[in-house]
Design a protein around this ligand. Structure first.
Ligand SMILES: NC(=O)c1ccc[n+]([C@@H]2O[C@H](COP(=O)([O-])OP(=O)(O)OC[C@H]3O[C@@H](n4cnc5c(N)ncnc54)[C@H](O)[C@@H]3O)[C@@H](O)[C@H]2O)c1
Length: 389
């Protein structure tokens, strides 16, 4: 059965979603909404989508749309997600789930009370070698995890005249680097280890306390605009270092930066278990490094024949035929639409995409990190849902 989908947004995330959706035979992309009719028309024509809307509300209310992909800037996430669920549509939201944990708590409750499938795009979970790392840790063969550390480094906001809506806290939220990319690292490491962060101690910092904002704004990952006109104060962090304690005893540390020269999308982690370390680098995603003390270290290559079955299912090409970021996104969508099909048929289904509750927990952690930096000490995390209940 074909499922009819609408995408809200016309930028980087939306374009990536559209490309991945076009690769799924069980999905028909029927509608696109942008911030204006003109933008939506142009993008719909470019991507061969029939219906274009100048507002998310029209798309959500369109009877032809069964699933909404929310690819808008952060400040719109909560209202688009809530509107989709109100209209009985399945909803896949870009991260962060919303601007703050009050909004995310409300969305979790709405999702739990609804009959729709809801998920959040923590897409790094869905690489074959990430799933392999999880399978290896889950097997218990290497003993308990003692330490998880790593970084997520980019350089696209390195210069004072690099600009994006993410630099405006009323559009992106009170954390930037940590919420935007640190959230991926946190979700990924929690997913692989099965342990949740319970305490944080953070030091975050802003290199450019003011930046040049071009008159026309700027697309995500576009290069700096030298004709920038307005000088704007920046109140969110360019980078940060965070110590982590996990709920069953493991310790961790992460460095997150959008101003690290030469680093493009370097999401890197090392998970040190009792008898082996597992290392993965998003920029070399078809390899997993396994460190040992009493035998040779080795590098496992993404060869479906060598992977755990749940990891091999995410590899669509033979070894040596590289797969990467767009394929991880496609894998997440396969999982999400699998859950929708299972809901319809009443079949059992075990999904691995991030839920609204997972994304709420990540946002609580991000807020804890900001609070820890302000108070210059450790912050214990709570789930923040009790107050709402
Ligand atoms: N999961 C990932 O790896 C990943 C990667 C990139 C971005 N994202 C997330 O995707 C979201 C969008 O980021 P982006 O990089 O695509 O930004 P972008 O600036 O490239 O695109 C945002 C789009 O939203 C549109 N928009 C603005 N207001 C709108 C409205 N009222 N109705 C409909 N559309 C509207 C804009 O026209 C623009 O096309 C962010 O929340 C970001 O965190 C996630």
């Amino acid at each position: 059965m074909t499922t009819k989908v609408g995408v809200v947004g016309t930028g980087f995330a939306a374009t990536s979603h559209i490309e991945a959706l076009h690769r799924l035979p069980q999905v028909q992309l029927v509608a696109l909404a942008g911030s204006s009719h003109a933008k939506a028309d142009a993008a719909a024509a470019e991507h061969g989508i029939d219906r274009a809307f100048g507002s998310y509300r029209e798309l959500v209310d369109d009877d032809a749309v069964e699933v909404v992909h929310n690819c808008t800037p952060n400040f719109l996430h909560a209202r688009v997600n809530a509107a989709a669920m109100d209209a009985g549509k399945h909803i896949l939201s870009e991260k962060p789930l919303a601007m703050n944990s009050v909004e995310t708590a409300s969305l979790v409750q709405q999702a739990e009370a609804s009959e729709v499938v809801s998920g959040v795009c923590f897409n790094y979970r869905h690489y074959p070698m990430v799933r392999q790392a999880k399978a290896m840790i889950d097997s218990g063969d290497y003993g308990p995890v003692n330490l998880a550390h790593g970084s997520y480094l980019q350089d696209w906001l390195l210069f004072a005249n690099d600009w994006n809506w993410r630099l405006e806290s009323d559009k992106a939220g009170s954390s930037r680097a940590i919420a935007d990319i640190g959230s991926h690292w946190l979700d990924l490491v929690q997913y692989i280890t099965g342990q949740l962060v319970s305490e944080v101690c953070a030091d975050i910092s802003t290199v450019h306390k003011s930046r040049f904002k071009p008159a026309q704004g700027s697309q995500t990952f576009a290069s700096a605009d030298s004709t920038a006109a307005e000088v704007v104060a920046v109140d969110t962090e360019d980078f940060g270092n965070v110590l982590l304690r996990f709920d069953n005893g493991a310790r961790g540390a992460m460095s997150i930066s959008q101003v690290s020269p030469g680093r493009k999308n370097r999401l890197w982690f090392e998970i040190d278990a009792a008898s082996a370390s597992v290392v993965w680098d998003q920029e070399e995603p078809n390899h997993l490094w396994l460190g040992r003390r009493d035998e040779a270290n080795c590098q496992l290559v993404r060869d479906p024949g060598l992977l755990a079955p749940e990891a091999a299912r995410l590899a669509h090409f033979p070894a040596g035929h590289q797969e990467g970021w767009p394929d991880g996104l496609k894998n997440m969508f396969i999982d999400f639409y699998g859950a929708i099909d299972a809901l319809r048929s009443g079949d059992e289904y075990s999904a691995s995409f991030a839920t609204f509750a997972d994304a709420h927990q990540v946002l609580r952690t991000v807020e804890g990190i900001v609070e820890s930096h302000r108070s210059r000490g450790w912050v214990k995390l709570t789930d923040g849902l009790e107050a709402e209940a």
